[in-house]
Design a protein around this ligand. Structure first.
Ligand SMILES: *[C@@H]1O[C@H](CO)[C@@H](O)[C@H](O)[C@H]1NC(C)=O
Ligand SMILES: *[C@@H]1O[C@H](CO)[C@@H](O)[C@H](O)[C@H]1NC(C)=O
Ligand SMILES: *[C@@H]1O[C@H](CO)[C@@H](O)[C@H](O)[C@H]1NC(C)=O
Ligand SMILES: *[C@@H]1O[C@H](CO)[C@@H](O)[C@H](O)[C@H]1NC(C)=O
Ligand SMILES: [Zn+2]
Length: 495
């Protein structure tokens, strides 16, 4: 009550008023611009005022990216989803020796589509089907089964070893996660995500477009519903490669097919992006974790800064979408293919439609005789224009990241003596300094969600900014000569 009185004086006064005369506290909250405490106003995140740098504005897609995004075709996405649904079930345990039914047929069809795109290129796109035998696990894998991932890699020019991954899962399920025989259309979950991988591979690999500086892997994985097995295998394959693959960003598109919720809410111009805070234990050792907490860096992990970058480069007229970042690993009780990548130490995030309809996920296809309501993950509930826009958001993010120089390394701040300004040091991105046009220092007030300010500091590896590191959160990022930004990196104190 005391705290409430300090933070919300009107609300506290209302609560203290005699019964019958109590104004509804909600009306005070609703009217917050005019009469509420400043805690609700934007000014609250505008402190401290800064006289250096400028406002951080969204990145406009370059012409070739605008052209790519315009090519995303809802009709192709619809055709992919209908084709995947036509395999009856794509349950991970379903048959793999039919050409018309089951997950094996779906896998082969996806690989052949990617191969069709690859054949139309100058060799920049290559297709691999990788996999392993997953033994029975006493849980959701009843018997040994082959788990296959289909991976189409668009090989970069200047730093092909730097990789961005976009993935959907092609396996599907019904109400009983062990039922591998009933039809499981999985139109939204997750033929929609697979359709995005295919459509982006088709467009971004076209020889008429500049080949990106870094590589992009367009992926369809299996085993998601049985325990994220396909994504786990892929993440480990990258992590265990010699040298370890430098995955600087991974996105899973999972349940990105519909814009209408079960209560009728329609929001066709928003996509959620889930970005985790603190990395899983094991990725960051205890000393780093402790230091991160000491400096207030818990919201500035690589995954969060990847999500912030997506908002800056993919929320615009060419995608037609709002990107609503959710500072959370995933929805409650749900899992996704970004998780094994996070656990392998790679920045990763999840796209999911803004309003889910649980009658159309993980359900037997049926009509409830009492209500006449149709259950099941059927194509009739998909919104192909919406999925196309989600594909554009992914395309904008992937292309911007792949054209950027990548993340600067070893980013540090000098905190060895008390000072009012902030001195930073960093090393070039993995590919070196040649790919860098200039570096930027970005910052925001600590309660603000996204970078508000930026200062281009040129091609240097050290800079002093006349602003106290105690009062804002800083990041350092690299920009290509043509201005394509990479994700920012939180500086840690020089030790
Ligand atoms: C196809 O696979 C099933 C198991 O999924 C097996 O029982 C059957 O013998 C196989 N058929 C052929 C023709 O290989
Ligand atoms: C973002 O969402 C708002 C509604 O919240 C909508 O009016 C606007 O058109 C959307 N922006 C874009 C780029 O679609
Ligand atoms: C950090 O700043 C202190 C005080 O200005 C200075 O003595 C020290 O050399 C600086 N550290 C580095 C790594 O430059
Ligand atoms: C920091 O700023 C305050 C107020 O402007 C000033 O009095 C103080 O001397 C400054 N300290 C250093 C180390 O620059
Ligand atoms: Zn899914």
């Amino acid at each position: 009550m005391k705290l409430q009185a300090i933070l919300f004086p009107q609300v506290a006064a209302a609560a203290a008023a005699p019964l019958g005369t109590t104004p509804n506290p909600l009306s005070i909250l609703a009217n917050r611009e005019s009469e509420s405490p400043t805690i609700f106003t934007c000014a609250a995140v505008n402190w401290p005022p800064t006289s250096v740098g400028g406002l951080n504005v969204p990145q406009v897609p370059p012409p070739e990216l605008q052209s790519m995004l315009a090519q995303v075709d809802p009709a192709n996405i619809e055709a992919t989803i209908l084709k995947l649904v036509s395999f009856g079930t794509r349950h991970t345990l379903s048959t793999q020796n039919s050409t018309t039914r089951g997950i094996g047929a779906a896998r082969d069809w996806i690989a052949s589509e990617f191969q069709k795109y690859a054949d139309a290129t100058d060799g920049r796109l290559t297709v691999d089907v990788i996999g392993y035998e997953q033994p029975a696990d006493g849980n959701r894998i009843l018997f040994p089964v082959r788990i296959s991932d289909v991976v189409a890699t668009l090989h970069g020019t200047e730093s092909p070893e730097r990789l961005y991954v976009v993935s959907g899962h092609y396996d599907s399920r019904v109400s009983d996660v062990l039922d591998y025989e009933s039809d499981a259309p999985g139109a939204d979950d997750d033929a929609s995500g697979v359709a995005i991988s295919l459509e982006l591979a088709r467009i971004m690999s076209q020889p008429g477009y500049p080949r990106p500086r870094a590589s992009i892997a367009f992926v369809a994985v299996a085993g998601e519903e049985q325990g994220l097995y396909g994504a786990q295998f892929l993440a480990q394959t990258y992590a265990n490669a010699t040298p370890r693959a430098n995955v600087e960003g991974m996105f899973t598109n999972d349940i990105v097919g519909a814009s209408k919720a079960d209560d009728g809410t329609v929001d066709p111009y928003t996509i959620r992006l889930f970005g985790q805070g603190l990395p899983p234990l094991g990725v960051e050792d205890a000393a780093v974790r402790e230091r991160r907490l000491t400096i207030g860096g818990e919201s500035d992990t690589p995954a969060r800064n990847l999500a912030r970058l997506v908002k800056e480069v993919a929320e615009n007229a060419d995608t037609g979408m709002n990107v609503s970042v959710v500072y959370r690993l995933d929805r409650y009780l749900r899992g996704g293919d970004h998780r094994p990548f996070l656990e392998a130490g790679y920045p990763a995030a999840r796209f999911t439609e803004p309003n889910e309809d649980f009658a159309h996920q993980h359900q037997d296809v049926r009509v409830d005789p009492a209500t006449g309501k149709q259950y099941g993950d059927l194509p009739e509930f998909c919104d192909y224009d919406f999925i196309a826009r989600v594909a554009r958001v992914n395309g904008a993010a992937l292309y911007s990241l792949a054209q950027s120089p990548g993340a600067p390394r070893n980013v540090r701040v000098n905190a060895t003596a008390l000072s009012n300004d902030s001195t930073f040091y960093w090393d070039p991105p993995a590919a070196g300094e040649e790919a860098v046009g200039s570096y930027e220092v970005v910052w925001r007030a600590t309660p603000a969600p996204f970078w508000t300010h930026v200062m281009d500091v040129g091609l240097v590896n050290q800079v002093t900014v006349d602003l106290s590191k105690d009062n804002v959160i800083f990041g350092i990022r690299a920009k290509s000569p043509d201005g394509m930004r990479g994700a920012a990196v939180l500086p840690f104190p020089v030790s």
